[in-house]
Design a protein. Sequence first.
Length: 419
Amino acid sequence: MKVTESVNFYQGLDPFDIISEYGSPAYVYNERILRERCREIKTLSSYAGYIPNYSAKSNGNLTLLKIIKSEGFCVDAVSCGEIFACLAAGFDASDIFYITNNASADEFRYALDKGALISADSLSQLELIGEISPGAKVSVRFNPGVGDGHGEKVITGGKKTKFGVNAEDAKTVADIARKRGMEIIGVNQHIGSLFMDAGKYFEGANALLDIARQFPSVKMIDFGGGFGIPYKKQSGEQRMDLEALSENLEKVIWKFNTELGRQLQFRVEPGRYISAECGVLLGTVNAVKENGGKKYIGSDLGFTTLIRPTLYDSHHDVEIYKKGSELSSGSELAHIVGNICESGDYIAKDREIPRRVAVGDIVAALDAGAYGYAMASNYNLRARPAEVLVRPSGETVLIRRGDTFEDMIANCVNVDILR
Ligand SMILES: *Cc1c(COP(=O)(O)O)cnc(C)c1O
């Protein structure tokens, strides 16, 4: 059985109808699955001061942000653009945590003016915040000395990363804060993206608590995101053990509150876990060919629509749909590639796919809701596809139109050419 069938992803709709209505490619999101993921994270702890933050960078579509807000989430923004989008989606400024790195004074001013909580990612950024806003109440992002993630590019704790203030500098943080009249009201961390076993996460959490102990003014502790999802469901990959994670989290919260004799606020900030699995990227097979004894399925899913395989060698399960008829049972190995003029443009390498895949079939890249559209580009002047929401009723709604050719040249300034 297909993964999408097992979760009723299309709510009874035919993907061919979705593509004929909204065009190919198209990002399709299932609202029910999005809400399920939100609830799993929301119920990790029943403690009143537990606040799940959604990391908006994984998918910043306003409709998804509104749904996530309606599930009781606050939100993390990594740029002023994301602050703007989160405000537009209806989040209160006080629900926004601006966790940036290497921000300019103007960017901090924007975030402070709006009323977002801000995080300083280095001693020099803390100084800068103190200069522009003496007396500010801020959080500091620490590097707990451990990292985890699906590849070097996304491990953000430990020795080999640009992120955070080192634990040894906690005293200097306190000195800077005293000098500028600032109050350190939070400590936060994010050790990396995509762990399936939360061992390192809690190692990092405990290291962060050691740091928090040094700041009597701390009211908020944010353990970060990075919660993994099983990208290889077709080969039986299991989900993360959320029950164990929840138990650990409750224990950590309870112990720390007891030790300090007061009730702190605790946050987690998953992006991918919330948005990945509710999204499928649908595309069309435009060509089938062989080269060097290898089969290539040529589709309209370039790395401008899903860059994770090209950028990180990431795996996305792929499904193929044939109009009106069943695919034959035999399978063969093929590369599934896109339409971008670079050899690194692929969605899946050496993937077992049904025989007789033909022009006109649909290729669906699963788990594309996180870092799919968010990392899409207009390279090769490819229009970014539309985003479509499938409601629990099976009704579809357009939640972002695709780019037009006009959109893609709209910011070019028409200058007289002198000669
Ligand atoms: C990217 C990011 C996250 C979310 O990471 P996921 O792997 O999508 O959960 C959380 N916090 C910060 C600071 C980030 O930069």
